[in-house]
Design a protein. Structure first.
Length: 239
């Protein structure tokens, strides 16, 4: 395993197609240890396709992916999980047929058996919120509640790299903020890296150290988020 200069995740020249239609065009970027990189772009620009390509849900045509300096030859979800990646999908993020607690147990299965119990018995508003939902079938939760349960599942795996596809989808402004702050805190405390697809550009830039902008499947900006917050700069880059 590499030194501190080795990227947690290195994506090089990724090209992905749906049939004959090219979606990702030569996408390259690095995600360092403990870093949050935001992926922003308009609807249909290829953000979800990028995460799915990395996690091996959709095969890519050419290019390469390295995890902590080692090539992922043919990415598939099981292999990715083994290598320390976890993925929060944009659609259907929970198992509807299971309860909230069962959802959490599945994601924590590979970790300590007492993990879920300690998660649910912890203090703090998040834990007590989860505890109240524990026995509910996930299918009966509201969209925002599902989203928060799904994120709890991902955050409690032992993954070192999180691929999060719109973790705040369906959440009100207050809850979105709380979630993004929590992701940031977790990433600092447990030193994991996050590739964050986020619809709310301002919140994404406030959460991430760096960002890439995707336009029709191409990276048109890759760099620190600070300078992007200038309103005229944002317009120039994004519109
Ligand atoms: N399974 C599929 N088959 C064919 N085309 C697809 C498929 N999934 C997505 N696409 C197309 O690929 C392009 C990129 O889609 P993708 O879901 O990656 O965009 P996105 O940036 O995540 O958009 P959004 O912000 O709406 O979530 C779109 O033009 C979409 O119509
Ligand atoms: Mg998407």
């Amino acid at each position: 395993m590499g030194d501190s200069a080795t990227a947690a995740l290195k994506v090089s020249g990724l090209n992905t197609f749906y049939g004959k239609k090219q979606i990702l065009r030569n996408v390259s970027f690095d995600l360092m240890k403990s870093e949050i990189v935001a992926v922003i772009g308009h609807n249909g620009s290829g953000k979800s396709t990028l995460l799915k390509s990395i996690y091996g849900i959709i095969p890519f045509e050419s290019g390469g992916i390295e995890v902590f300096g080692e090539t992922l030859d043919t990415p598939n979800p099981a292999e990715c999980l083994k290598r320390g990646l976890a993925y929060l999908p944009q659609d259907d993020p929970v198992f509807n047929s299971l309860t909230v607690e069962e959802n959490l147990r599945i994601s924590m299965g590979r970790r300590s058996a007492g993990g879920v119990t300690s998660l649910l018995s912890g203090d703090g508003s998040w834990a007590s919120w989860l505890k109240n939902l524990a026995g509910r079938p996930a299918r009966n939760l509201s969209g925002g509640e599902k989203q928060r349960v799904a994120l709890s599942s991902v955050l409690t795996t032992s993954a070192k790299i999180l691929l999060l596809d719109e973790p705040t989808a369906g959440l009100d402004v207050g809850n979105s903020k709380t979630i993004l702050e929590m992701i940031k805190q977790f990433s600092e405390r447990h030193q994991f890296s996050v590739l964050l697809v986020e619809q709310n550009v301002r919140q994404a830039l406030e959460t991430a150290e760096r960002a890439i902008i995707l336009k029709q499947g191409e990276v048109t900006y890759s760099g620190p988020t600070g300078p992007m917050m200038e309103p005229h700069r944002m317009k120039e880059l994004y519109l």
